[in-house]
Design a protein around this ligand. Structure first.
Ligand code: MG
Length: 236
């Protein structure tokens, strides 16, 4: 008897798409529209500020709207761009962000190959509700992930165990996940994806693009994903 294939849940940003590359392009376009020149070093400043705001969101201290506006306001003020309007900056950046997807090499063909091989595939992404669905379809994944759980739509963020439980119960209700079927979470973030999924008893594969060689349960490029998955599944 062939072993039942585990259900695969993917993370989106920094796993399938290179989010930093997307945000960098979006910021450049938004600032160009505002007539502001900008360097890669400036982006580092934004990144640090943004990271702080996401930490506060994950801790439940602020809302998403506060994050969107606050990170741009703080960025403009750190750059001393007092002539720029942070409200307009936020609007332009969000608009551009929704239209940017830079995929990691081989990520999309690998996911399509998994689907062709009969794997059941879902998505759990910490992302903004009005931006993420558009980005997922722009990346060429429209209709591939079922269920596709976006934190901003359901009110929980990874690593909160409730988002994982919600994802598996939706897959189960849709008849795509069986009661005793194993689940593997594939993501980059050691906290949100890996610890979060392990806490609800799932298996994990971590994408570590900067790390060579990758450790056990990790892969550093999408071209190596299928063998890494096979190895994990054999040992379940
Ligand atoms: Mg990620």
């Amino acid at each position: 008897m062939t072993k039942l294939k585990p259900f695969l849940f993917f993370d989106f940003d920094d796993t399938l798409v290179d989010f930093q590359a997307c945000a960098r392009v979006a910021m450049k376009v938004a600032l160009t529209k505002l007539g502001q020149s900008y360097t890669d070093e400036d982006y580092q400043t934004y990144q640090e500020i943004n990271h702080g705001w996401w930490k506060r969101l994950e801790a439940g201290e602020i809302t998403r709207d506060e994050l969107r506006f606050g990170r741009i306001r703080d960025f403009f003020s750190a750059m001393e761009w007092t002539h720029l309007d942070p409200t307009l900056g936020t609007e332009l950046f969000m608009q551009e962000l929704g239209g940017q997807v830079v995929l990691y090499p081989d990520a999309q063909p690998v996911v399509l190959e998994l689907q062709a091989q009969g794997w059941k595939i879902g998505l759990i992404s910490n992302g903004l509700p009005d931006v993420q669905p558009q980005r997922i379809s722009l990346a060429g994944f429209e209709g591939i992930f079922d269920p596709a759980i976006i934190s901003g739509q359901v009110g929980f963020q990874k690593p909160d165990s409730r988002i994982f439980t919600l994802a598996s119960s939706r897959a189960r209700k849709a008849g795509r996940l069986l009661a005793d079927q194993k689940i593997i979470m594939i993501g980059d973030n050691p906290e949100a994806d890996i610890r979060g999924a392990r806490e609800v008893g799932w298996e994990t594969l971590q994408f570590v693009p900067e790390k060579t060689p990758p450790g056990k349960g990790q892969f550093s490029q999408w071209a190596d994903f299928l063998p890494a998955l096979e190895e994990l599944v054999q040992n379940l």
